[in-house]
Design a protein around this ligand. Structure first.
Ligand SMILES: [Zn+2]
Length: 252
């Protein structure tokens, strides 16, 4: 029951996120205005903006001009819903710790899509997320606070060195700030594992794209997306580990 509720809230939060991503970087001017079709500028009615349902009903086309609506919207809404529902199934919402964990997950999903679409990690998400992660550990796991802060600062310093050494060619400064979030969220040694998983994921994706000639050595892959994806997968690990072991267990 809670999982269904979480999925519903996830759809709405994902829809909100897709508006932020779609209107970037004109948040201030556009946030006040009504949503409109970017193609024909027709103002959209509430029934054009129901998460997922509107997109499916209209088959991905604008009601007024027939122009295409980006698949980003339903994908983003579904992803947010799936992540939040899975998290609720895994850890429930019994404690403040797990409720705040849902907020952290939502922030990570936001960063994943921002880096994927715009190749940047907005401070408006990274800073509050860093604050939340540190406050959550300070209050509920004070014994882990030193580890969390030290890992965050060290990981961030390491990436800052790489950033300045490569003059921003290997990674963006947003990754330096994200490093603090990942370091503080997982602490040592788990943060190292999450980072290595992201590097491997990025390398495999890069090779895959080159094999299919969609990319060259010069193509910049959004490392922040791989990093946040690895973080989300790790936070949800109990669920997919249980699923995989279910698959491997003989049915008889
Ligand atoms: Zn239109």
């Amino acid at each position: 029951m809670e999982a269904i509720l979480a999925a519903g809230i996830g759809l709405m939060l994902g829809s909100f996120l897709s508006v932020l991503i779609g209107r970037w970087p004109h948040w201030r001017g556009a946030a006040a205005g009504r949503s409109h079709c970017p193609n024909c500028m027709h103002v959209l009615a509430w029934y054009d903006l129901v998460p997922l349902a509107s997109w499916v009903w209209l088959r991905g086309k604008c009601r007024y001009c027939g122009g295409p609506i980006s698949t980003l919207y339903p994908v983003l809404e579904l992803t947010t819903a799936a992540v939040l529902a899975t998290a609720v199934i895994v850890s429930g919402v019994a404690t403040m710790w797990s409720l705040l964990g849902l907020v952290v997950l939502f922030g990570l999903v936001g960063l994943f899509f921002f880096d994927l679409v715009h190749h940047m990690l907005p401070d408006a998400i990274v800073y509050p997320l860093a604050l939340l992660v540190v406050a959550r550990i300070a209050y509920y796991r004070p014994d882990q606070l030193v580890n969390a802060l030290a890992t965050g600062v060290l990981l961030s310093s390491l990436l800052a060195l790489l950033f300045f050494y490569s003059r921003g060619r290997w990674l963006g400064f947003g990754d330096v700030k994200l490093a603090f979030v990942i370091g503080a969220l997982f602490g040592y040694p788990m943060a190292v594992g999450v980072t290595l998983a992201a590097i491997w994921g990025g390398a495999l994706a890069g090779v895959g794209l080159m094999v299919f000639r969609r990319a060259t050595m010069q193509t910049a892959l959004p490392f922040g997306s791989f990093w946040t994806a690895a973080a989300i997968a790790t936070l949800l690990a109990p669920s997919w580990i249980a699923y995989l072991s279910g698959l491997l267990t003989p049915a008889f």
